[in-house]
Design a protein around this ligand. Structure first.
Ligand SMILES: O=P(O)(O)OC[C@H]1O[C@@H](O)[C@H](O)[C@@H]1O
Length: 466
C-alpha cells in the first residue's frame, strides 16, 4: 500500500490504469472525464489532492489529440487543487516522433536540382537563409506590422523572389510580382493572399513527414516516397507544393518541442514514459524525464524462442540500429540491418528506392526490432525482403503497437509470422483481428516505476540495458 499518492487514469487506456493501481494496491483516483457537445474536454477531480503526489496515466495512441488535451487539463486541475507534485505517466509519448526539423535522407535541407543554387560546390548550411526575419522587414516594402513571424519570413522570401522575378518574367511562381502595379512591392491585400497560399503550400510540403520512416521500395513495387505519409494516416501532399531554396529551413512546426512545453506549462513536475522514439527528446524538458526501456521484456521474449541464438536480430532501418544492436549484443546474437537506398535518375523520380539487406539471414529466424509500428509499412516491407533473402521465419518485436488505419490487415497479409508488442496502448481490439499478434504486459513495470519515484528510490534497475 502506497500512501499520500493519487493515481488518476486518463481515458486513453482504462485497462492499463486499472492494472497499475491493482499492482500499487490503491484504488484509482476519482476523476470525471467528459466532453461538451462541441467536443471540448472537461476534467473534474472528484477527490482532494491537496498536498499529495498525483500520477496521471495517459498514453499516446487512439484519439491522440483528445488524450493529450485531457492530460494537460488534468495536470492543470491538480496543480490548481494544490497537489504537491504532478507526474505525467505516458507509456507511449505522443508527438515524440516530431521532435526535430525535417531533413531528407542525406541530412541536408530539401532542395531541387532545378534550383539556381544547386551547384556542385554549393555548401549546405543548417542556418536559416534568409535569416529569421524581423517583423518589420523590409520597411521600404510597406508591409504591415501585423504580418509577423512565420508570415513575415515567407514575405521576405517572396520579396526576394519578386526581385529576381522582375529580371525573369518567365518565372511563373511569383510572376504576379513583376507586373507594373507591384513594381514597388505588393499591396497588403496581395500580400495576404499570397501569404496564405504560400503558407498552405509550405504546410503541404512532404518534407514534414520525416517521422514516418516508410520508404518506397523497388522490391515490392509499392511505390511510396520516404517522406510521403501513407494515405491512411495523412493527406497526400499537393504536387505543386512550395519548394524552398537550398539552405532554407522550412517553417514546419516542431510539435515535439511544443508538447514538451505544454506539459511543463500545464504544471507537470515529472514525466515517466517508455522507449521514446528519440531518447534525446528528454533534453527538450527542464523537468525530470524517466524513459523506461521495453528492452528487458523483448529480450525475455526472444530467450523463449527455441534456438534463439541461431536467429538474427534485424533493424528495419538505420535509425533503429542502436536499439536493435543493444539487444543483439546483450543476447550474443548476430545482427543485420536493412538499408534504404535511393538513386533517383531525375529529381522527381521517387520510385527508385531499394531496400538492401546488410548481413546474412538465409536459413535463419529473423527478429525485427523497432520502437513502434504505426501503419506497419516498415515491418511488413522488411519481412518481405527478409523472406526473399532466405529467412525461415520473421518475428517483429515492437514496444508500441500503434497499428493505426489498415495496419492489422497489412500484417495479416504480410510475410510476418508473428508480431509482438507491449500494451503501452490498448491491444484488445487489435488482438481480436490479428492472429499473429502477441502482447506483453507493461503495467507492472509502470507500477514499480511509480512506486520507486514516489519513495525516492532509484528506478535505474527498470531501464538498465540488462
Ligand atoms: O512504418 P510505420 O509502421 O508507419 O512507422 C513505424 C516506423 O516509423 C518510425 O518512426 C519508427 O521508428 C518505425 O521505424
Amino acid at each position: 500500500m502506497v500512501r499520500n499518492i493519487v493515481v488518476l487514469g486518463g481515458s486513453s487506456h482504462p485497462q492499463l490504469n486499472q492494472k497499475i493501481c491493482d499492482r500499487l494496491g490503491i484504488p484509482e483516483g476519482n476523476v470525471l472525464l467528459s466532453k461538451f457537445s462541441v467536443g471540448e474536454t472537461r476534467v473534474e477531480i472528484k477527490e482532494s489532492v491537496r498536498g499529495k503526489d498525483v500520477y496521471i496515466i495517459q498514453s499516446g495512441g487512439g484519439k491522440v489529440n483528445d488524450h493529450l488535451m485531457e492530460l494537460l487539463i488534468a495536470i492543470s486541475a491538480c496543480k490548481t487543487a494544490s497537489a504537491r507534485k504532478v507526474t505525467a505517466v505516458l507509456p507511449l509519448f505522443p508527438y515524440s516522433r516530431q521532435s526535430d526539423i525535417p531533413y531528407n535522407k542525406t541530412g541536408a535541407p530539401l532542395t531541387k536540382a532545378s534550383n539556381p543554387y544547386n551547384k556542385p560546390d554549393f555548401a549546405y548550411s543548417f542556418e536559416s537563409k534568409p535569416q529569421t526575419p524581423h517583423p518589420d522587414y523590409p520597411p521600404s516594402q510597406g508591409l504591415s506590422n501585423g504580418v509577423e513571424g512565420l508570415h513575415s519570413g515567407l514575405t521576405k522570401l517572396q520579396v526576394d523572389e519578386a526581385i529576381s522575378s522582375a529580371n525573369s518574367p518567365q518565372n511563373g511562381r511569383f510572376a504576379h510580382y513583376s507586373n507594373a502595379s507591384h513594381a514597388k512591392g505588393p499591396k497588403r491585400s496581395d500580400t495576404m493572399d499570397s501569404l496564405s497560399s504560400l503558407t498552405n503550400s509550405v504546410f503541404d510540403a512532404p518534407s514534414r513527414y520525416r517521422g514516418s520512416s516508410t520508404s518506397s521500395t523497388a522490391l515490392n513495387g509499392n511505390a511510396h516516397d520516404e517522406n510521403t505519409p501513407p494515405s491512411s494516416n495523412l493527406q497526400t501532399p499537393k504536387k505543386d507544393c512550395f519548394q524552398p531554396r537550398p539552405g532554407y529551413k522550412q517553417w514546419v512546426a516542431q510539435a515535439g518541442t511544443l508538447v514538451a512545453d505544454l506539459l511543463t506549462c500545464a504544471g507537470a513536475d515529472h514525466i515517466i514514459t517508455m522507449d521514446l522514439h528519440d531518447p534525446q527528446y528528454q533534453g527538450f524538458f527542464d523537468i525530470p524525464v524517466d524513459n523506461l526501456y521495453g528492452r528487458p521484456l523483448l529480450k525475455k521474449y526472444i530467450m523463449g524462442i527455441p534456438d534463439y541464438q541461431q536467429a538474427v536480430v534485424v533493424s528495419p532501418d538505420a535509425g533503429g540500429a542502436k536499439r536493435a544492436t543493444a539487444i543483439a549484443d546483450g543476447l550474443s546474437m548476430p545482427f543485420a540491418l536493412i538499408h534504404k537506398e535511393r538513386r533517383p535518375t531525375k529529381i522527381t523520380d521517387r520510385q527508385n528506392a531499394t531496400m538492401m539487406l546488410v548481413g546474412d539471414v538465409s536459413n535463419r529466424i529473423c527478429i525485427l526490432i523497432d520502437d513502434l509500428a504505426d501503419t506497419s509499412n516498415t515491418i511488413t516491407r522488411a519481412a518481405k525482403l527478409l523472406k526473399k533473402e532466405g529467412a525461415t521465419k520473421v518475428y517483429a518485436l515492437l514496444t508500441h503497437g500503434v497499428l493505426s488505419g489498415d495496419a492489422i490487415e497489412r500484417i495479416n497479409a504480410s510475410a510476418l509470422d508473428k508480431v509482438v508488442v507491449t500494451n503501452s496502448v490498448p491491444q484488445e481490439e487489435h488482438m481480436k483481428r490479428c492472429p499473429k499478434l502477441e502482447v506483453l504486459e507493461i503495467g507492472e513495470i509502470f507500477a514499480e516505476a511509480i512506486r520507486r519515484v514516489h519513495h525516492g528510490e532509484s528506478i535505474s534497475v527498470l531501464f538498465q540495458y540488462d
